[in-house]
Design a protein around this ligand. Structure first.
Ligand SMILES: [Zn+2]
Length: 282
């Protein structure tokens, strides 16, 4: 099978990681992480088939990435700050629905859908694939936290959002970023092995996400934010011990300065937030 870049169609690539460098040894599957020489998009190759992905996800919650790992509540603070109370909101790929319960308890009109039946209760979290999901009302806001990088065809998902959002609907996508300072600034070898995660089919940076969304000029307004979730202690742990930490201690002032320097001075961060809204011209 020959490589063809999802984003630009180029067939030239550089190998970033081999099977053994992908987390969990990529479950023994012969995959690589490739970076397109032309546009820089990092992608898993060859991609999983839909059937393989379903099998992988069937064991997703039963497995620990590392000892002591807890279920992640990926509720970013900005989210509650940007949703308006009257809006109909949909979270896609919401897992156990912790975000939704939190937002509902504060009076927001949020529903979630997830493909994994074991996390669905039919109320907070509805078991469905977006392709089969029948929306009672077009949402004003769609958000997805660490979902976009798992999709086999991100353009298909963007098209679905454009079709299903209300006229001036908005969306928020949060993805891990290859602009992560542990990768780019510190070039931490242990972290590299950790970050090439076999469930991720694409590894976006601000630049590659920009290029992907530039294909929707006129239909969508896009704003990209590079943010840094993990602080100094987490980075020191990686640099000295080469290990992940589940607890993300916040050092007052110091972490604020550190994150400011990383994101604003270096333009680096572990998380990329894609904020979009429909221009209403669809
Ligand atoms: Zn490319």
């Amino acid at each position: 099978m020959n490589f063809r870049c999802y984003l630009c169609g180029d067939n030239r690539s550089e190998v970033i990681a081999e099977k053994d460098d992908i987390r969990f040894g990529c479950y023994g599957s012969d995959k690589k992480v490739l970076k397109c020489i032309n546009c820089g998009l990092v992608q898993l190759f060859p991609q999983w088939t839909e059937k393989e992905l379903d099998e992988l996800y069937a064991k997703y919650w039963k497995k620990e990435d590392f000892k002591g790992q807890k279920r992640k509540v990926k509720l970013s603070k900005y989210l509650a700050g940007i949703i308006r109370k009257e809006e109909v909101v949909l979270e896609i790929g919401c897992g156990h629905g912790d975000n939704i319960r939190f937002l509902r308890s504060r009076g927001f009109r949020v529903t979630g859908i997830d493909k994994d039946p074991s996390v669905c209760d039919g109320d907070t979290v509805i078991n469905s694939d977006i392709r089969d999901y029948e929306l009672a009302k077009k949402p004003d806001l769609i958000y997805a936290i660490h979902l976009f990088e798992h999709l086999t065809d991100p353009r298909n998902f963007i098209a679905w959002m454009i079709e299903n959002l209300s006229a001036n609907g908005r969306f928020v996508l949060e993805v891990p970023s290859t602009d992560d300072p542990l990768l780019t600034l510190y070039k931490n070898e242990k972290f590299k092995k950790f970050c090439w995660y076999p469930y991720h089919l694409f590894f976006f940076s601000k630049k590659t996400a920009q290029r992907l969304f530039s294909g929707y000029d006129g239909l969508l307004n896009i704003r990209l934010l590079v943010t840094q979730e993990y602080g100094l202690l987490n980075h020191l742990r990686w640099l000295f011990f080469g290990k992940p930490g589940n607890i993300n201690f916040h050092l007052p002032v110091l972490d604020d300065i550190y994150k400011f320097v990383l994101t604003k001075v270096f333009g680096l961060g572990d998380t990329l937030v894609i904020l979009g809204n429909k221009t209403g011209r669809t």
